[in-house]
Design a protein around this ligand. Structure first.
Ligand code: PHE
Length: 343
């Protein structure tokens, strides 16, 4: 009997399992009701009473060793499985931080946001409209005569050969929509993308961006417009900035003007940025033509208004000293990364 116990004890001591099933099979073979160890307990009855004490002791030790062995192997296997699972989830805090490159705003967005906020601070509300427009909103309502050259195929991209549908050539079309749907007082700016059939060069592109503004109320005057635009120029280009208005023509404004700002690089005396004139052209403006008000259902005897419109590219080129407008559309990261700090 003691020999049998010794053989099993050696087996128990030597046992190890690499998987749960193996450990369970071992338990069943050794410890289950009909297993090897309980069957030794059965045989115990037939042991000589003189040897019983020692045999009983060895037998109990064997059972204890087998139970402990199985339990400790199972516990170890469980812990191993768990750490394998959570090992994937749990972060290794000693690893160096991941470098996640973050994008930055496009310089045109930065400039547009600045223009918007300058006007929003004095009560202008942003309005948006469709990029594909009909003739009425882009031209007719804005007092473009039928034969006006701006309607020519040269300037306008028409959609599917339909002369009534085109890509908008300016965001004044949005202002027509606002005037048609709202009652004065109206104080709105419309930023957006516009399209003109122009040869692409360092100073022109067939797609560019505008912010146009419109203010309509009783008694709005040219002097109000001048004051508003002076405020804008000083907020945008610096508080020393001067403006000047030169007579111009737009079908939808009368009188019309071009606004120049004093060169923000040389401050007036002339440099190669302002082509030695001391002035930089930034926008068109004027008093809304009464025909336009009437076209949009606004009583032109009661209300007057001013409108202005500027190209965002041109302003951004000036502020950031960018020489070639095409850079805005090339998405060259070396260019875009230079605006990482701008918001
Ligand atoms: N819509 C004109 C353009 O695209 C700009 C403008 C707007 C001029 C309002 C005068 C008044 O060039």
């Amino acid at each position: 009997m003691l020999d049998k116990i010794k053989i099993l004890r050696d087996e128990v001591d030597a046992f190890d399992a690499s998987g749960m099933e193996e450990a369970e099979a071992f338990r069943l073979r050794m410890l289950s009701k009909k297993g090897l160890i309980p069957s030794l307990f059965q045989d115990f009855k037939s042991v000589d009473p003189a040897d019983r004490k020692e045999v009983g002791r060895q037998l109990n030790l064997l059972k204890q060793a087998a139970t402990e062995k199985v339990n400790s192997i199972k516990a170890r296997l469980e812990a191993e499985a768990e750490s394998k699972q959570s090992g994937q989830k749990r972060p290794d805090l000693s690893m160096p931080a991941n470098f996640e490159p973050i994008g930055s705003r496009h310089p045109l967005s930065v400039t547009r946001n600045r223009i918007n906020s300058i006007f929003q601070r004095i009560g202008f509300v942003v309005s948006e409209g469709p990029e594909i427009e009909d003739d009425w909103h882009n031209f007719s309502a804005l007092n473009f005569p039928e034969e006006h050259p701006a309607r020519d195929m040269q300037d306008t991209f028409f959609v599917r050969k339909n002369p009534d549908i085109a890509l908008r050539t300016h965001t004044s079309s949005v202002q027509v929509r606002v005037m048609e749907s709202q009652k004065p007082p109206i104080r709105t700016i419309s930023p957006g993308r516009v399209f003109r059939n122009e040869a692409i060069s360092a100073r022109a592109h067939c797609i560019f961006h505008q912010v146009e503004g419109l203010y309509i109320d009783q008694g709005v005057s040219f002097a109000d417009m001048k004051q508003c635009l002076l405020y804008f120029a000083r907020e945008m280009f610096g508080e020393e900035t001067q403006i000047r208005l030169r007579p111009s023509f737009f079908p939808f404004t009368e009188p019309s003007a071009e606004m120049d700002v004093s060169c923000n690089i040389c401050g007036g005396p002339g440099c190669n940025i302002c082509k030695h004139s001391g002035w930089i052209e930034v926008m068109g403006c004027g008093m809304v033509d009464p025909n336009v008000l009437e076209n949009c259902g606004i009583d032109s005897r009661k209300y007057t208004g001013y409108a202005f419109g500027m190209g965002i590219e041109r302003i951004a080129m000036n502020i950031y000293q960018i020489k070639d407008l095409r850079m805005f559309f090339e998405n060259d990261l070396r260019f875009l990364r230079q605006f990482e700090s701008a918001i």
